[in-house]
Design a protein around this ligand. Sequence first.
Ligand SMILES: *[C@@H]1O[C@H](CO)[C@@H](O)[C@H](O)[C@H]1NC(C)=O
Ligand SMILES: *[C@@H]1O[C@H](CO)[C@@H](O)[C@H](O)[C@H]1NC(C)=O
Ligand SMILES: *[C@@H]1O[C@H](CO)[C@@H](O)[C@H](O)[C@H]1NC(C)=O
Ligand SMILES: *[C@@H]1O[C@H](CO)[C@@H](O)[C@H](O)[C@H]1NC(C)=O
Ligand SMILES: *[C@@H]1O[C@H](CO)[C@@H](O)[C@H](O)[C@H]1NC(C)=O
Ligand SMILES: *[C@@H]1O[C@H](CO)[C@@H](O)[C@H](O)[C@H]1NC(C)=O
Ligand SMILES: *[C@@H]1O[C@H](CO)[C@@H](O)[C@H](O)[C@H]1NC(C)=O
Ligand SMILES: *[C@@H]1O[C@H](CO)[C@@H](O)[C@H](O)[C@H]1NC(C)=O
Length: 455
Amino acid sequence: MSPSFPLLFFLSLLSLLSLSLSQPRGILIDCGATVGSTIDGLEWLPDGNFVSSGTPRNLTMPVLVPILSTVRSFPLENNLNRKFCYEVQVFRGAKYLVRTTYFYGGINGRDSPPVFDQIVDGTLWRVVNTTEDYARNMSSYYEGVFLAQGKTMSVCIAANRFTISDPFISALEFVILGDSLYNSTDFGKYGLSLVARHSFGYSGPLIRYPDDQFDRFWEPFDQSDSTVVSNRNISVSGFWNLPPSRIFDTKLTSGQSEALELRWPSWPLPSTMYYIALYFADDRDSSFEGSRVLNISINHVTYFGNLNVTPAGVTVFATQWPLSGLTTITLSPTANSNGGSSINAGEVFEVLALGGRTTTRDVIALETIKNSLQNPPLDWNGDPCLPREYRWTGVTCSEGPRIRVITINLTSMGLVGSLSPSVARLTALTGIWLGNNSLSGSLPDLSSLKILEIL
Ligand SMILES: *[C@@H]1O[C@H](CO)[C@@H](O)[C@H](O)[C@H]1NC(C)=O
Ligand SMILES: *[C@@H]1O[C@H](CO)[C@@H](O)[C@H](O)[C@H]1NC(C)=O
Ligand SMILES: *[C@@H]1O[C@H](CO)[C@@H](O)[C@H](O)[C@H]1NC(C)=O
Ligand SMILES: *[C@@H]1O[C@H](CO)[C@@H](O)[C@H](O)[C@H]1NC(C)=O
Ligand SMILES: *[C@@H]1O[C@H](CO)[C@@H](O)[C@H](O)[C@H]1NC(C)=O
Ligand SMILES: *[C@@H]1O[C@H](CO)[C@@H](O)[C@H](O)[C@H]1NC(C)=O
Ligand SMILES: *[C@@H]1O[C@H](CO)[C@@H](O)[C@H](O)[C@H]1NC(C)=O
Ligand SMILES: *[C@@H]1O[C@H](CO)[C@@H](O)[C@H](O)[C@H]1NC(C)=O
């Protein structure tokens, strides 16, 4: 009777299809979950295929977001300086947004969450301290941008000397970023660790996917002594960092020919180098007012002169800019500018020097050895030698730019299995100790190891 039914069905199917097609490319892992789920159009996987240690735990308190209801917890006991890693298949050469999320939920019985380290590949990324957020019943997230230098990428959790109960993780995300994003950074040498990403003059909930096609989080930011203006007619284009157009709907402004002082980020920063990107766009309808030209300084050092703010939008970025303590960004209209100062959004990342990687050949040989053992040491995942304070149990490595495995000492580890002949491929090996284990089979031929001293 009604031909519109199948048509409606067809249409909704199409829109579902386009929704799932536009999901950011990558892997979203719901740590501690045993089944997958779809939340707000994003597909989450259980974590069992990505991690070989730790225990899945269920939170007993109610949570705001379903992915926070489970965590994977790693044993603190005797595991100081041992890392526990998630390993995911990645596209070598692609740039990934990596996000870790933590919500403690009292799983260790103590009031306060533990403080611990998080590691990406061979680099110590951040100390995870969620104490303050947790006291406000909030989850914490850390975000970074890292290049996939191999076929797998690892994110590890590790107890440090401040850790007083079992480290844990709630969620882990890997999203492929477009080539042009943040591309002034040499990702072969550096990673970016997010400090702040705000939409200025905005006061609603997080702006994220689907507004941001990569599901970056843009937090609201207001400042009492500036005016919030909502743009009415925005049409931005050409941004390499592809910010969502919604961040241009609001801005902070000053009065006619007045300077705008932005105290942002609003907390003190450690003294190091930062990537800074500031975003500007004018209402198309305001173009009749003439041009808006701004001089920008950060902590009274000139950052950019004569920035012409256009309706198409403009961004100014610094690849490595020194910041320390509190930050003040001053936007002043130049003499020939009509209108006041304004700014729509900003991003600040800490520039992180990468810790390097163990020589691939040695990593592959060690992986094969690991697979020939029935019960390899629990921390044998992630990079074998790096970060140096988190190298694999029983493995020592060389210093310098080419990092090689130089000794293996597996004495009295209760190991069962055989020793893979791949050990002969560790050509920088100078010593190997295997005593008091239950290793069966014959020892592989180690004659190729010219400098091997002791067996
Ligand atoms: C957590 O909850 C899920 C679903 O209710 C259940 O299947 C799973 O066994 C629980 N896990 C633990 C460790 O209690
Ligand atoms: C973690 O953060 C809290 C609150 O900011 C602070 O009091 C505490 O000292 C921090 N812990 C460590 C080990 O840094
Ligand atoms: C956090 O949640 C707990 C339990 O739901 C509640 O008792 C407490 O008041 C909340 N704290 C804050 C700061 O909202
Ligand atoms: C960054 O991407 C833009 C847009 O694709 C391109 O024009 C620019 O040359 C790239 N810059 C670098 C340093 O690769
Ligand atoms: C937005 O601005 C453009 C160019 O000035 C104009 O053609 C268009 O009609 C405007 N749209 C609205 C909804 O005001
Ligand atoms: C703005 O910057 C330009 C170039 O750095 C400089 O020549 C000019 O004097 C500045 N104008 C104001 C009003 O500070
Ligand atoms: C190898 O490890 C055992 C047990 O940890 C230790 O007693 C021994 O001294 C180590 N040997 C060498 C050469 O480091
Ligand atoms: C052999 O290793 C086990 C642990 O796997 C240890 O308890 C035992 O003391 C070791 N024996 C000797 C003689 O070192």
